[in-house]
Design a protein around this ligand. Structure first.
Ligand SMILES: *Cc1c(COP(=O)(O)O)cnc(C)c1O
Length: 221
């Protein structure tokens, strides 16, 4: 698994130089290693390197990947980065440390009902794409207030820009909105655009294929 080691070193160096260009502190940027569809031995290689922050986009698969590792690595941090159905909320709040895809009232209600204090990010559909999750920009402020009234622990915003668009515009907007709402966390940037995201203020980036190689099959976002 020397390849994984090299990839982690390479990404760390790129994070550092993008941070420098953006006048950011590299240690304020969290690398979320996205494990979806990756084989267990690659995830284990990342754990062996000391990496502890991982992202998954499906509750079921995350349980397969991480349920056992939870006991062995108490400092493990798991982020849910795929859309969450309300009937999976109970399992999700038990497994994940952060839910990055809070995007609608009935989901907010369901999370609040568990009484969990799980950290949440609001996903914003910056490109207003009908097939994509996320609250529409015009609804963001009201939705944030709705979540705050429920007592949810909302700490930031997350976005997945449209594939064909220049991501920088979306990253810049997300940062502006986070500042307006006084939220400190910004989850933006993936394998192909994380350097832009860092320069524009990302506090956490979600990187899969650049660390672990191409995925075995596509999974819906
Ligand atoms: C799969 C996925 C990623 C990682 O994508 P890569 O391009 O492989 O880095 C990041 N964020 C979300 C929401 C994803 O579903």
């Amino acid at each position: 698994m020397d390849e994984i080691k090299e990839n982690f070193a390479n990404i760390a160096a790129r994070i550092k130089s993008a941070a420098k260009e953006g006048g950011r502190a590299p240690n304020k940027i969290t690398l979320i290693a996205v494990g979806k569809t990756q084989p267990a031995e690659k995830l284990q290689a990342a754990l062996d390197l000391g990496h502890r922050v991982f992202g998954e986009n499906r509750v079921q698969e995350a349980q397969t990947h991480w349920h056992a590792a939870r006991d062995k690595y108490p400092d493990l941090k798991l982020h849910l980065i795929g859309s969450l159905q309300t009937n999976k909320v109970k399992e999700a709040v038990e497994l994940f440390d952060v839910i990055e895809t809070l995007d609608r009232e009935n989901l907010a209600d369901a999370i609040a009902k568990t009484g969990a204090t799980v950290e949440c990010l609001i996903q914003v559909n910056t490109g207003e794409e009908p097939q994509k999750g996320g609250v529409l920009p015009r609804d963001l402020e009201a939705f944030y207030k709705y979540c705050a009234n429920l007592g949810l622990n909302v700490t930031g915003l997350m976005c997945i820009p449209p594939v064909q668009a220049a991501p920088a515009l979306h990253f810049g907007l997300l940062k502006t909105w986070a500042e307006q709402l006084n939220l400190s966390k910004l989850s933006m940037g993936m394998s192909d655009d994380f350097e832009d995201a860092i320069r524009l203020g990302a506090t956490q980036i979600r990187v899969g294929s650049a660390l672990f190689g191409q995925r075995r099959q596509a999974t819906p976002a």
